[in-house]
Design a protein around this ligand. Sequence first.
Ligand SMILES: Nc1nc2c(ncn2[C@@H]2O[C@H](COP(=O)(O)OP(=O)(O)OP(=O)(O)O)[C@@H](O)[C@H]2O)c(=O)[nH]1
Length: 319
Amino acid sequence: MADNSQDFDPIEPGSLTPEEGEQRIAMVAIVGRPNVGKSTLLNRILGQKVSITSRKPQTTRHRIMGIHTEGDCQLLFVDTPGLHSEEKRAINRYMNRAASSSIGDVEMVMFVVDGMNWTADDELVLNKVKKGSGSRKTVLVINKIDQIKEKDVLLPYLQELQKKFAFDAIVPVSAKSGDRVPQLLELAKNASYEGAHFFPEEYVTDRSSRFMAAEIIREKLIRYTGDELPYSVTVEIERFALMDNGVYQINGLILVERSGQKKMIIGNKGEKIKTIGREARLDMERLFDNKVFLEMWVKVKSGWADDERALRSLGYGED
Ligand SMILES: Nc1nc2c(ncn2[C@@H]2O[C@H](COP(=O)(O)OP(=O)(O)OP(=O)(O)O)[C@@H](O)[C@H]2O)c(=O)[nH]1
């Protein structure tokens, strides 16, 4: 069969041209140190997996906008990479910049912390949240309350936190189970103002399908290679095409820092990469609602995480 396929994007990212009508909108930044559950919360709010999650901190590397439209109200959520104090490597500097800049022009900041584990990094995030808070609402989200067995310790803890900053609300939630997440949504809706929607109502993210495909592969890599693989692994989608037979052909290039990491990803007789490929393909088929043919390659690109120029060539630093 002739291959007349062209690269394309089944979910074109929306342009920022507002639609007409009597509508309301609000921008909400989700901030917090790594691993507190920001991505899990965003996925829960959207009812769809748009942001990858893992037990390893700093899984989220890019800014992803999650879009939730309910009736006349459109909420735009910016999920940010975890803010943290380690600034040595170029990739970490980039992540901190991306996280800080999203707090700027928003109607509400959701500052997420992990249960009752308040750390120095939370204090650092709080200082950024305090800066220029002005008219925007600030909600402290105490996540992972499903892990707090003795609930009576929670109230005095919340009172302690209220002394740190005049939060507009403190909401204990479980992003995992969804407990009290609707209350958060109500608060966000209350912060909306009259303004035209930026995206059609069926959109859940501003990111392209190519981007989502790369993120899905990255999530599976992290999941199936355990703790040995550093977060410096990166994925490029070299081809995203609709074939004559209606299948999406997706080619993913996995870039690692060392040949040992390449071996780790490929696994014994290619078993590991087969599992990663199968799991990634299934997630992509769910997200794109279409059959997917996924091919992946692993290549060693040494030292890229320390090289700002290499980062830019891979698309970091543009958003
Ligand atoms: N028990 C419990 N675990 C949660 C909850 N929310 C998130 N987690 C877990 O916490 C870990 C980190 O969650 P993520 O959503 O990736 O955290 P993040 O803040 O986006 O992390 P970064 O990408 O590092 O900024 C994962 O293992 C989640 O399953 C929750 O409400 N309860």
